[in-house]
Design a protein around this ligand. Structure first.
Ligand SMILES: NC(=O)c1ccc[n+]([C@@H]2O[C@H](COP(=O)([O-])OP(=O)(O)OC[C@H]3O[C@@H](n4cnc5c(N)ncnc54)[C@H](OP(=O)(O)O)[C@@H]3O)[C@@H](O)[C@H]2O)c1
Length: 331
């Protein structure tokens, strides 16, 4: 990373593991944008489970690409410097951006983002738009590209199950599915029933009850698709609840899902499980920003932390009990 002489505050870690206690506060040079990058002064970043999973070595040796590593990829802020090839932005533009998983950079006062992963943020869309990036893109991609549902259609006959609907991904998935008038069954803890119903879910089941654990729709519906935002539910649990051509989109695929996917593909099975890998595309992020601007999708915020308390945000996301999204603010 080339650098200006100017320094910024940042938080990094320099080895795997250790949770929040391993985060170190440093002063480090403000990064210099490459030709196809913009330098962004951060207003907010949003934290995701993948951030602590990378710290724990999930993507070793791909990410982090090197130590020390400044984590977090979802940011909102203002463009303050342009790479030489930048056409889409000027300094002063408010934006939301996805930083690259390998290089991170979002837990700092400034970050460089690729122009093709950066989207303009209209005045109606606050810095909370940082929350949209990984979670919103995942929900959108899982519904439209993995489950092949079209959100601009009217789908009253389609049923979708969204597990962990109170979480970052799940809470966007419920709202997006309702844009297509899809019937949504959602799982969450009993404490979050009202939260998830208010997002638009048609029926909710407590994942701690036998019916919830069996993902049985209270109205007896079978599912066209499951957006599985949690872990620990087996194929043998999902399978009887699927329609003939039903698909389980597994956001956290383990070896069992991968083997099952291969088997179902080889045997041309109508019911199938699809392992999911997020792929950030600008047009999808633009769509989400537009939905927020039009008031059709809301980012529900679990909690906001000033940058001075970012370690507490890290501990919170590691707890697995966030309701909606976690935001870190820079001032
Ligand atoms: N493959 C990819 O590219 C990709 C992309 C994005 C996310 N993901 C993965 O998708 C998963 C979800 O991400 P997220 O950001 O939504 O996580 P999150 O915000 O941390 O999810 C937390 C929520 O999940 C609920 N929850 C936990 N266990 C549950 C269960 N068994 N049944 C129902 N609800 C449960 C919690 O409710 P309680 O407090 O009541 O337990 C909490 O509200 C993570 O594993 C993440 O790594 C994968």
């Amino acid at each position: 990373m080339a650098s200006d002489a100017k320094l910024m505050h940042a938080i990094w870690y320099d080895s795997y593991g250790g949770g929040a206690a391993a985060l170190k506060r440093v002063e480090t040079p403000v990064p210099t944008p490459q030709n196809d990058e913009v330098l962004i002064k951060l207003e907010a970043s949003s934290i995701n489970p993948i951030d602590f999973k990378v710290q724990n070595g999930l993507l070793r040796p791909i990410a982090p690409s090197k130590f020390p590593f400044i984590p977090v990829t979802d940011i909102a802020g203002e463009v303050v410097k342009l790479g030489s090839d930048i056409k889409k932005f000027k300094t002063g533009d408010k934006v939301v951006a996805k930083l690259q998983d390998m290089s991170g950079g979002g837990l700092a006062e400034y970050a460089v983002a690729k122009e093709n992963l950066t989207v303009a943020r209209p005045p109606e869309v606050s810095m909370d738009a940082a929350a949209l990036v990984t979670a919103g893109l995942t929900a959108l991609q899982a519904l439209t590209e993995s489950a092949l549902l079209k959100l601009d259609k009217n789908y009253p006959e389609a049923n979708v199950l969204i597990t962990a609907a109170s979480g970052g991904v799940g809470h966007y998935a419920v709202q997006l599915a309702k844009l297509g008038n899809i019937h949504v069954t959602a799982t969450c803890g009993a404490r979050n029933f009202d939260f998830v119903k208010n997002l638009g879910a048609d029926e909710v089941i407590d994942y701690k009850t036998p019916e919830g654990a069996a993902v049985i729709s209270p109205s007896g519906r079978k599912y066209d698709a499951v957006i599985n935002c949690t872990t620990g539910i087996s194929w043998s649990t999902f399978e009887p609840q699927l329609k003939e051509n039903g698909t389980v989109v597994d956001l956290t695929p383990g070896a069992g899902t991968l083997a099952n996917f291969a088997l179902k593909t080889l045997t041309f099975s109508k019911k199938k499980v699809v392992p999911f890998l997020a792929n950030c595309r600008c047009e999808n992020l633009e769509y989400l920003v537009t939905m927020v601007k039009q008031g059709k999708v809301k980012s529900m915020i679990d909690s906001k932390y000033p940058f001075s308390k970012a370690e507490d945000a890290w501990t919170k996301i590691m707890s697995g009990h966030a309701v909606g999204k976690i935001i870190i603010e820079y001032s």
